[in-house]
Ligand binder design. Structure first.
Ligand code: PMP
Length: 425
């Protein structure tokens, strides 16, 4: 077809023009030209249900977000060295969702920059350099964050002052021990840092452990870990790029699920519904030292247009009751997946919180089956449903749709999966 020809040409152009580190999804890569809510459309007009993208948090091209962007872009766009109300309104609204110890916010354009800044702040405040991360975490692509992103390092070295610990893996029979095991690993890391003359700076975790494969339960397991890092003089940095913005279907922030108070919170992806907007929110005392020693300017971070977009996103989440929607639709997906797991051997453990759901795909030996996981993802794509894979073995189905995903969309996703599972390998 004409589309297939065009796709081939575009792939060739990409290879000619873009650096080789970029990746494309799917055996048959998608050429999307339009988005609307939970739907994406390819150049042929074929429609796809988006059960994968968390960045368009309130739905692709939400009219109120587009209007806020257009209105402010038509009026003025500058930077944070001039006064503007948008950034103040956004900061106020964001801080009103945070625990009381989090008193100030700084804006960036990407989650990577937010984590990078959080690490600078933590090192400055603690005088330490030792950071603890989980085994298959992802925290960004700057020099500092890539060196702490065990999932991406491949042939790149990890930061020599970092310590990498196993993710807090949970299964049905170790519930009561997840928090203890995780905290013990942090204790060991701190001991090892001390042995090597490294002062602890921070425990940096995605509070859903998304890249590690999604570990959510039991709620509260981060409490002991938080105490351990604090006792060692380090900070808790909650990377909310994935779990934040109501994804849990219960709370605005993932750390709230564990009842802990982070010292620094980093935000990104869903914050701008696709517009590059991210932030660091932190304990005011902790930011004091950083502010005394350096000034901070991020050319695009927190500009009036981005701030208008950020405000519109928060307003839509409230107005459309999207946290509650994430709870209902998330539950529908979760229960549907559990039902499929009873019928089909290939479905192993099902984990999730709200609209963040992972399903282990396993072979007959119960071992990870990345090939079949990828097969399912490709087959669903041809059926018009978009999901992904994740985890150290790339065998975990990753379901993470926009927050406007409704229970009827959940049914479409489940039906497509069931059909494909019935077809067999
Ligand atoms: N932290 C986490 C947990 C992420 O998932 C990501 C992006 N996948 C980042 C940080 C980096 O964000 P960005 O791509 O906006 O730099």
């Amino acid at each position: 077809t004409a589309l297939a020809q065009k796709t081939k040409e575009m792939i060739a152009r990409r290879q000619r023009l873009l650096g080789p580190a970029y990746e494309l999804f799917y055996q048959d890569p998608l050429h999307l030209v339009k988005g609307d809510g939970v739907w994406l459309y390819d150049a042929d007009g074929k429609r796809y249900l988006d059960a994968y993208n968390n960045v368009p948090s309130v739905g692709h091209c939400h009219p109120l977000v587009v209007e806020a962007l257009y209105r402010q872009a038509s009026m003025l766009n500058t930077h944070t060295r001039y006064l503007h109300e948008n950034i103040l309104n956004l900061a106020e609204k964001l801080l009103s969702t945070m625990p009381t110890n989090i008193g100030h916010v700084m804006f960036t354009c990407t989650g990577s920059e937010a984590n990078d800044l959080a690490l600078r702040v933590a090192n400055e405040y603690t005088g330490g350099t030792g950071v603890i991360v989980t085994a298959y975490s992802y925290h960004g692509m700057t020099m500092a964050t890539a060196a702490l992103s065990a999932s991406m390092r491949q042939n790149m070295p990890i930061n020599t002052h970092a310590r990498v610990i196993p993710a807090p893996m949970h299964c049905k029979d170790n519930s009561s021990q997840v928090g203890r095991i995780f905290a013990d690993n942090i204790r060991k890391s701190i001991g090892d840092m001390r042995l090597h003359g490294i002062k602890p700076s921070a425990l940096l975790v995605d509070t859903f452990f998304t890249s590690d494969g999604g570990f959510y339960d039991p709620a509260g397991f981060l409490q002991e870990a938080t105490d351990v890092i604090h006792d060692a003089g380090g900070l808790l940095i909650a990377d909310e790029v994935q779990p934040g913005y109501g994804r849990s279907g219960e709370f605005m922030w993932g750390f709230q699920r564990h009842g802990v108070k982070p010292d620094i919170v980093t935000l990104g992806k869903p914050m701008g519904d696709g517009h590059p907007l991210a932030a660091v929110a932190a304990d005011s005392q902790i930011l004091q030292q950083f502010g005394a020693n350096t000034s901070y300017f991020n050319t695009f971070g927190g500009n009036p247009v981005s701030a208008a977009v950020g405000l519109a996103v928060l307003e839509v989440i409230e107005k459309e009751n999207l946290i509650e929607n994430a709870r209902c639709s998330g539950l529908a997906i979760f229960q549907g997946m559990e039902a499929l797991a009873k019928q089909f051997m290939a479905f192993g453990d099902v984990r999730g919180a709200g609209l963040s759901i992972g399903v282990d795909i396993v072979g007959e030996d119960n071992l990870p089956d990345p090939e079949y996981a990828l097969h399912l993802v490709n087959r669903l794509r041809s059926k018009g449903v978009l999901i992904g894979v994740i985890g150290p073995h790339a065998n975990i189905l990753k379901i993470r749709p926009p927050l406007v995903f409704k229970p009827e969309h959940a049914q479409l996703l489940l039906d497509a999966l069931e059909q494909e599972l019935r077809n067999g390998r």
